[in-house]
Design a protein around this ligand. Structure first.
Ligand SMILES: C[S@@+](CC[C@H](N)C(=O)[O-])C[C@H]1O[C@@H](n2cnc3c(N)ncnc32)[C@H](O)[C@@H]1O
Length: 254
């Protein structure tokens, strides 16, 4: 039967690849790689580097997939993403059918860990539900950007017995407030933390390009370092053409 492995590859540092992921990489006959546009060329390069460094036999193929475009005419965000995922599912179904022989193994390299803000597993489930092609699949965990952020700032994410919220910049911007004492924010293209800068009791631990040679780290009281993060973030984004950053907002306790 065809086999698919969804492999978490870490969020930027090739040395964050686990031994389990290396073994999985070496079982893959065909890697499926989504082309997410020019700005992500650096990330594609890292994926290629990982394959070249950790795969012993160069017998694998790489199939680049053109990511379907989101339909901007669908006004509702959830419906727009749903339609986009359906298009991706059709694409995955087609390449699993056409590019994998009956006993071949396909691989999806997922940035960070597949369980966190990544649609690959949801899309694979859609392909399974459509039942047009039979395959088994497994998931190999990876080090997520959140774990790298915590390690680089030498932080435990939760306080003793406390909860941690993981959310998006979009949600934080909509709420205009932090709803938990410890909030990790991802996918924040618009620096939602700026709106909270008047909260004197919030600390921020920010990291960009984590795990790479371009890594940036800033921490301190949000009201004191917020503006510096905005400036450094925008300079770095202009220099690289893209940015990926993550941060923890922590309410200081008396
Ligand atoms: C689509 S999500 C993917 C998350 C990924 N699955 C993970 O486990 O980290 C992309 C977001 O992850 C965060 N991210 C991923 N890699 C990062 C990195 N190297 N440095 C900082 N943030 C990163 C950013 O918030 C970015 O907007």
């Amino acid at each position: 039967m065809r086999k698919l492995i969804v492999i978490g590859i870490g969020a930027g540092d090739p040395e964050h690849i686990t031994v389990q992921a290396i073994k999985a990489l070496n079982r893959v006959d065909v890697f499926f790689v989504l082309d997410k546009g020019e700005s992500k060329q650096d990330l594609m390069r890292l994926r290629r580097e990982i394959c070249e460094r950790f795969i012993e036999q160069r017998t694998y193929r790489v199939v680049e997939l053109q990511d379907p475009v989101r339909d901007a005419s669908i006004a509702d965000y959830a419906a727009r993403v749903d339609a986009w995922h359906e298009q991706r599912a059709l694409l995955y179904e087609r390449v699993i059918t056409d590019e994998l022989g009956d006993d071949a193994c396909g691989g999806f390299l997922v940035w960070g860990d597949p369980s966190l803000y990544d649609s690959t597993l949801r899309i694979v489930l859609r392909v399974v539900a459509r039942a047009n092609v039979a395959f088994e699949y497994e998931v190999i965990p990876g080090i997520s950007s959140v774990q790298v952020l915590a390690a680089k700032h030498k932080l435990a994410l939760n306080r003793i017995g406390g909860a941690i919220e993981i959310t998006t910049g979009r949600r934080l911007a909509a709420a205009r407030a932090v709803t938990a004492d410890d909030v990790v924010v991802m996918l924040d293209g618009e620096q939602a933390f700026e709106q909270l800068a008047s909260n004197a009791d919030l600390d921020i631990y920010w990291g960009a390009y984590l795990g790479t040679a371009d890594e940036l780290l800033i921490s301190g009281k949000l009201c004191e370092v917020g503006a510096e993060i905005v400036r450094i973030r925008s300079e770095a984004r202009a220099r690289h053409g893209w940015i990926m950053d993550t941060y923890l907002l922590r309410r200081r306790r008396p």
